[in-house]
Write a protein that binds this ligand. Structure first.
Ligand code: GBH
Length: 488
């Protein structure tokens, strides 16, 4: 087994959140139970060729039915936080009315978490728009942002008394550009103007929902609102080649600055506006929108998987998101010529580079460029082809090393001054990996998709051991007197 780097437990801020993450559309299943209606992913997955092996989210990993046992597992792993998402299509089927039967599931989930002293970390939108709204234009329609606020009010009306951490969007890059430009994700459109409209309307929805949650939190001042972005460091393949340097600038804008700048500073980057000039963004940005979008952010969620080494002379186009033959288009609106190059690093089963130093670098960059911003690593993980062996265990040696190396990478960032307050392993459970269906496994807990039996993988045990060391040091500090860490 690879040597695990031991992290000085004292490096962690007091009250650090040690969690695992999931999303509704990937685990819940029961897509028509208790009045839930289709999301865009249910409809997209029914079209042959969109998802590997014809898989659909219909069964998920039956989390809707198995939730108490799944949360018990989280407790057994010693985690003190759980990041989950709420399904809009369960809460407002067809976006017509508040569905109390759907909301009751999340009500029970939150009670189950609190009973185990696990902090609920709620995401409002993890890519699962109600299909009925897609049929009215989806994220290309401005009204969808306003409808999002009604949904958020419904969720808050039931969970606002117990949930303190609210995330508006998960990775709006993916739902905008992979959903509407490359078309590899639902709703599967391949239209640059639609992607830019979706980008802007999700930003607007984030701003409007943040405003509303702040009004609603009048009686609950510790409610925090943030957003999770799939920030991705763009590295030029040849740093001496101006074409590659320009390619890196372009995708840095697309992955990172087209999100950070509006949300944090109320502006789109000038170079990004130039790259996408004439493609339709001008038409959807109305006066006042950017002020609405730039609401104070209580934390930034960072989802990190890999860096992107880019070239402006692509040998092969971007890809690897979808296993099927549908003609692939670039997600990089206005920069379609840019391609990715794989460096000499180990690769996961997704073909993504394993590069924990990239996570340290990203967190330190954020801390430097946005001083005072609280950070959570809201996703980090890896897919490997796991098997349950005769001893009833899953010896996922590579993932075990991956988790340890990335936890150590976060410790390095903390030591360099980044204000990181939480880490969430993606994912608690093997699940529906979007266009890859059930073929890719990201869990620290294995799921047998035929029997739904759960088996904690060695990576889950390894993560639990790291967390236990960190948390017992935290408790010793707490016992020793006032905490030296940040107030959470
Ligand atoms: C996250 O997104 C999602 O939030 C989560 O739902 C998902 O299950 C998890 O990751 C694992 O996929 O093939 O070179 O074009 C992942 C963010 C951004 C990572 C795009 C892959 C492109 C890689 N993704 N990136 S490439």
């Amino acid at each position: 087994a690879p040597a695990l780097r031991t992290v000085a437990a004292t490096a962690w801020p007091s009250g650090f959140l040690w969690g695992a993450a999931t999303s509704a559309g990937q685990i819940e299943g029961a897509v028509h139970t208790d009045g839930r209606e289709d999301s865009v992913w249910d409809a997209f997955a029914r079209v042959p060729g969109n998802v590997a092996d014809g898989d659909t989210p219909e069964r998920g990993v039956e989390h809707l039915a198995r939730m108490p046992a799944d949360i018990a597992l989280l407790g057994e792993l010693g985690l003190n936080a759980y990041r989950f998402s709420v399904s809009w299509a369960r809460v407002r089927p067809g976006d017509r009315y508040r569905n109390d039967a759907g909301l009751a599931f999340y009500d029970r989930l939150v009670d189950e978490l609190l009973a185990r002293d696990v902090v609920p970390f709620l995401t409002l939108y993890h890519w699962d728009l109600p299909q009925a709204l897609e049929e009215r234009g989806g994220w290309t329609a401005r009204e969808t942002a306003e409808r999002f606020v009604r949904y958020v009010e419904d969720v808050h009306s039931v969970l606002g008394d117990r949930v303190r951490r609210w995330t508006t969007f998960n990775e709006p890059f993916c739902s905008a550009f992979i959903g509407h430009a490359s078309g590899e994700h639902a709703p599967g459109r391949q239209d640059p103007a639609a992607a830019l409209a979706a980008l802007h309307h999700q930003h607007l929805a984030h701003g409007l929902a943040s405003l509303r949650l702040r009004e609603l939190r009048a009686g609950q001042p510790d409610l925090q609102v943030g957003i999770s972005l799939n920030l991705t460091t763009a590295v030029p393949a040849d740093p001496d080649d101006p074409v590659d340097v320009d390619a890196a600038r372009r995708v840095d804008a697309l992955w990172n600055r087209a999100f950070l700048d509006p949300v944090l500073h109320g502006r789109y980057p000038e170079d990004f506006l130039a790259d996408v000039a004439g493609l339709g963004l001008e038409e959807v940005v109305l006066p006042g929108d950017l002020e609405t979008i730039a609401q104070p952010l209580d934390f930034l969620g960072v989802n990190h998987y890999h860096d992107d080494c880019v070239t402006g002379h692509p040998q092969s186009g971007p890809g690897g998101l979808r296993p099927t033959e549908k003609p692939t288009r670039s997600p990089f609106v206005g920069s379609e010529h840019v391609g990715s190059v794989t460096r000499d690093l180990p690769l996961t089963e997704m073909g993504w580079e394993v590069n924990p130093a990239g996570l340290t670098r990203l967190l330190v960059r954020l801390a430097t460029e946005h001083p005072g911003l609280a950070l959570h690593v809201t996703e980090n993980g890896a897919a490997y082809a796991d098997v349950v062996t005769a001893d009833g265990r899953v010896h996922d040696v590579e993932r075990t090393a991956f988790v340890a190396a990335h936890v150590a990478a976060v410790a390095d960032a903390v030591a360099q001054g980044a204000d990181v307050r939480g880490f969430f392993a993606w994912s608690l459970l093997d699940n529906f990996e979007w266009a890859w269906g059930y073929a890719k496994r990201f869990g620290i807990v294995h799921v047998d998709h035929a029997t739904q039996v759960r088996t904690v993988k060695d990576s889950g045990r390894g993560y639990a051991a790291l967390v236990s060391a960190a948390r017992s040091a935290d408790h010793r500090h707490a016992d020793a007197g006032p905490s030296v860490g940040v107030a959470l």
